[in-house]
Design a protein around this ligand. Structure first.
Ligand code: GLN
Length: 298
């Protein structure tokens, strides 16, 4: 960003020099006058601080726009990280391709933005740190948390969720207190993991890369319960009907969470574009269609 700003100022200075050489004021872009002041012309020397501040803001805006062009969308491809182990939001379909609500949503966003969407399937715990290098953004039923906000920005929220507790059908666990001292299966680096590790007393937490592996260990009796987001919990529990039940986390005093798309920190232009596309998708009925197809059909 600094480099860009410097380049931009250099360009503006060249322009202002050219303008100064030419006799006609009309060759200067009217909108550029303040920027010229910033670039060291006489008006700026005259001490018009307001103009200078304006020029700085303009230059910054221009640099932002320039960086947006060169960053996430410039190559016409939005590279999206996910962890396709989280039905119905993302899973691997019968053809071995990532599919699910999130995948369909980000493809619809890509369509609105006129870019191709390429999905990279990776471990959930690697997503946040890969944004800005291996991937442009991540969509993975990812909850907005303050900790993640230290390293990434989030789009507007698109789904409200809560952690659920999957239990053997005959389990006596029914309250937050009952979870104390238990062995709890979670997906590594998720909000379910944080609750089990940080918020419940004396737990032994078994962390898995895939939620389904935690559920398999619940079936095998290696853990007492699994804490995982509502919709995947319902999908996993339904695969073992009669053996497992999934209880609403509200019963355990878990607070609600919001899913959003994780994006590079400080890329305001990308955020604006993604949020605008998301708003359109909500307004034109596409979003509700996806909910029907992927979530309510489960
Ligand atoms: N919503 C949870 C989180 O953000 C789990 C997401 C996931 O496992 N894909 O931590």
């Amino acid at each position: 960003m600094k480099k860009l700003l410097a380049l931009l100022l250099a360009a503006v200075m060249t322009m202002s020099l050219l303008t100064a050489c030419g006799s006609s004021e009309t060759t200067a872009d009217a909108g550029n006058e303040e920027t010229q002041a910033e670039a060291g012309s006489e008006e700026a020397d005259a001490g018009n601080e307001e103009a200078q501040a304006d020029a700085e803001a303009n230059a910054e805006e221009a640099a932002d726009a320039a960086s947006a062009e060169t960053a996430a969308l410039s190559d016409g491809v939005l590279t999206v990280g996910t962890n396709a182990e989280f039905p119905p939001f993302e899973y691997v379909d019968d053809n071995g391709e990532p599919d699910g609500f999130d995948i369909a949503l980000i493809k619809a966003i890509g369509e609105k933005l006129g870019v191709e969407v390429e999905v990279e399937n990776m471990e959930f715990a690697s997503l946040v740190s890969s944004i800005g290098s291996k991937i442009d953004v991540a969509i993975a039923g990812m909850t907005v948390t303050e900790e993640r906000q230290q390293s990434v920005d989030f789009s507007d929220a698109y789904y409200e969720a809560v952690q659920y507790v999957i239990l053997p059908a005959d389990s006596e666990i029914a309250t937050a207190q009952d979870l104390e001292g238990k062995t709890i299966g979670v997906q590594l680096g998720t909000t379910g993991d944080f609750i089990a590790t940080d918020d419940i007393a004396d737990t032994t937490v078994s962390q898995y890369n895939k939620g389904v592996d935690a559920v398999n260990d619940l079936i095998n009796g290696r853990v007492d319960c699994v804490i995982i987001d509502k919709n995947p919990a319902l999908v996993f529990a339904s695969k073992f009907e009669g053996q497992l039940i999934a209880l609403d986390g509200a019963q355990f005093d878990f607070s609600t969470e919001e899913y959003a798309i994780a994006m590079p920190k400080g890329d305001a232009d990308l955020a604006e574009q993604i949020n605008a596309a998301l708003a359109e998708i909500k307004a034109d009925g596409t979003f509700d269609e996806l909910v029907k197809t992927y979530i309510e059909a489960e």
